[in-house]
Ligand binder design. Structure first.
Ligand code: SAM
Length: 275
């Protein structure tokens, strides 16, 4: 598994060049795209196409080579294979067939963006691409609303405004975030701010709507509710829409199995924040 640059060719490792030169076959996501990188480094190893969705047929060609004792490298169009890129099924099958899988580390847009974001990096999660459809995207973000780790998203340029609008809607305007664009390339920019500032900067500058981009969002730093507390709040909100506080609290206690007194207090708080 060989990582390749995410833009700047100087980021390829010496080991990656040497391995790509010495293997018998290179499996690549897009052979025409990778041929340019190979020619730059004077690597003449034959290239063969590989996608996870074509795994059955393309995988067989790769395993035929491995079965003959050949060495095969997997690369993707950019960065680390398997990170929002093909390779998962191939690695799994290779392991099942007891082939040795050797990772060669290198560029990865998610980690590169994180390293420049200035957001907490001791704990983070990679969310890949958000769904393209708004309803699905909102559902995905709703599930992340109390995520305390820094979150990393890949995004397509034509969806960046819609995606940041949804991030703002779900996480709130004050949540800190970073937009890292065109990393390691000529027009690299890294914008910081809260989501509302970030959205304004993207809308005001057409260049921020172009190229390859990563969005990094600070995790939730408020109080995290347990599943029980979350359910109690959900039920209370529904009941409070039609019932007085005391009755809503008493019914919620029966439905959720919680303490009537604490639910009464919570119902009062909810009524108060409604005002
Ligand atoms: N395997 C790659 C990696 O290790 O980062 C990611 C491949 S994924 C198909 C492509 C996405 O990665 C882009 O749409 C963008 O979100 C992000 N990306 C790749 N190169 C980038 C760069 N130079 N600057 C910012 N984001 C980049």
């Amino acid at each position: 598994m060989v990582a390749t640059p995410i833009g700047n060719r100087g980021d390829i490792s010496a080991r990656a060049v040497s391995v790509l030169q010495s293997v018998d076959l290179i499996a690549a996501e897009d052979t025409r795209h990778s041929a340019r990188l190979m020619s730059h480094f004077q690597i003449t190893t034959p290239l063969v196409a590989y996608h996870d969705h074509g795994h059955e047929a393309q995988g067989e060609r790769i395993f035929a080579a491995l079965d003959e004792g050949q060495d095969v490298a997997l690369i993707s169009d950019a960065g680390t294979p398997l990170v929002s890129d093909p390779g998962f099924r191939l690695v799994r099958s290779a392991r099942e067939r007891a082939y040795k899988v050797i990772p060669l580390p290198g560029a990865c847009a998610a980690i590169t963006a994180l390293s420049a974001a200035g957001l907490p990096s001791d704990r983070f999660c990679f969310e890949g691409f958000l769904p393209a459809k708004q309803s699905q995207r909102r559902k995905t973000l709703d599930l992340l609303v109390k995520e305390t780790r820094t979150m990393i998203f890949y995004e397509a340029p034509h969806r960046i405004i819609a995606a940041v609008e949804d991030l703002l809607e779900v996480f709130g305007a004050e949540r800190e975030a970073t937009l890292a664009r065109e990393l390691t390339k000529t027009y690299e920019t890294v914008l910081n701010g809260n989501l509302s500032e970030l959205l304004a900067q993207i809308k005001n500058d057409i260049n921020q709507q172009k190229g390859e981009m990563v969005v990094v969002v600070r995790g939730f730093d408020g109080e995290v509710q347990s599943a029980q507390e979350h359910e109690e709040e959900r039920v209370l909100k529904l009941l409070l829409a039609d019932l007085p506080v005391k009755q809503a609290a008493s019914l919620a206690a029966k439905i959720c199995g919680g303490q009537r007194n604490s639910l009464y207090k919570k119902a009062l708080d909810l009524k108060q924040t409604e005002k």
